[in-house]
Design a protein around this ligand. Structure first.
Ligand code: DOR
Ligand code: ZN
Length: 355
């Protein structure tokens, strides 16, 4: 039996408020525990988006009643909310800036709209950028100009990891995360994920070329964190004429990473650093006392959507053979998950920003 710290997923979409048929704080944090995560940080591209004190309260009140593991809730950067967002820095998980188009309404196309956010948001709390390719280069330039840390969400391309490497060598305060789906899947896998439904392969950033995937693995030392970007949409929505982008990931991340350890492509230390030590530091998160995860490293099984707690009802990794099963999660002294059952009550989860 392998014992790990409670893992941290700094990037999930729990769909609350507004789309609880896809997920909510209850089902999403149940999926988190089943996946070995004891802290999840939820993104603000909800309906309505989380962008001020009233909308932040909407999400936090739902979380307080329903969350089964600890949580934080991001606030989104909009065109006119830089002062308000900055005033909520100690309450929100961090500031999320959508600098490229994505799912939802939060978008900042013009760089003059980025400036007040970089100037005003507390340097003690994370500023996370959804920024791909050249937009990512611009976000790193902003970090240099405003001399503040920026965390780049879900990198997927060779050019991205190489530019982050170069920026780090220059002392620019940039960190980054990679998602399991960008490590284990490429464009070439879309047909086998799709089963004739092309919408199932849709995700932002898109699945990349094999060369990009290889570059992420080759530069694993540049990558600070693993993050799932758990983005549940129902199978009906994915198979519709207008499929929304996104993959669920909370329940498949650790088994996939442990399988890579078994294959000699990663070490347990990589998982500890990128899913615990680094995110705790980068996202300024509290220690969780008496918290750990027990994993049966040798249990081999097939990933099945039908066994998951997420409400979305599918996974791009259906049928994959993995090795490493979460047996038990202890959160702040209580058994929160054991042998396939979530034992933590709704409302047991705490806001990581509550003092
Ligand atoms: O694939 C994605 N889905 N990428 C995003 O940036 C948003 C996410 C979602 O909320 O569904
Ligand atoms: Zn996301």
């Amino acid at each position: 039996m392998l014992k790990l710290p409670g893992l941290i997923d700094p990037h999930v979409h729990l769909r609350e408020p507004g789309a609880t048929h896809k997920e909510d704080y209850d089902s999403g944090t149940s999926a988190a525990l089943a996946g070995g995560f004891t802290i999840v940080l939820a993104m603000p591209n909800t309906k309505p988006p989380i962008f001020d004190s009233a909308t932040l309260d909407l999400a936090l009140n739902a979380a307080k009643q329903k969350a089964r593991c600890d949580f934080g809730q991001y606030i989104g950067a909009g065109p006119y909310n830089a002062d308000i967002a900055a005033s909520l820095a100690g309450t929100a998980a961090g500031l999320k800036m959508y600098l490229d188009s994505t799912f939802g309404e939060l978008r900042l196309d013009d760089m003059t709209l980025w400036m007040p956010h970089f100037q005003k948001y507390s340097k003690d709390y994370p500023l996370v950028a959804h920024s791909e390719s050249r937009t990512m280069a611009a976000a790193i330039l902003f970090a240099a100009i405003y001399d503040r840390p920026v965390h780049i969400a879900h990198i997927s391309l060779k050019e991205e990891v190489l530019l982050i490497k170069a920026a780090k060598e220059k002392g620019i305060k940039v960190t980054c995360e990679v998602c399991p789906h960008h490590l284990f899947l490429s464009k070439d896998d879309i047909p086998s994920i799709s089963h004739g439904h092309p919408g199932r392969g849709e995700v932002r950033p898109r699945l990349a070329m094999k060369e990009d995937v290889a570059a992420l693995w080759e530069n694993m030392d540049v990558i600070d964190c693993f993050a799932t970007d758990h983005a549940p949409h129902t199978i009906e929505e994915k198979d519709s004429d207008n499929p929304p982008p996104g993959f669920p990931g909370l329940e498949t991340a650790l088994p996939l990473l442990l399988t890579a350890v078994g294959d000699g492509r990663l070490t347990i230390d990589d998982i500890m650093m990128k899913s615990y030590t680094n995110p705790q530091k980068i996202f300024n998160l509290p220690e969780q006392p008496e918290t750990w995860v027990e994993v049966d490293e040798n249990e081999a099984y097939e990933i099945k959507a039908s066994e998951q707690f997420t409400r979305c009802g599918w996974t791009p990794f259906e049928g994959w053979k993995v090795k490493g099963r979460v047996r038990k999660v202890v959160l702040r002294g209580q058994t929160a998950f054991e042998d396939g059952k979530v034992l933590a009550k709704a409302g047991y989860g705490r806001n990581v920003r509550e003092r």
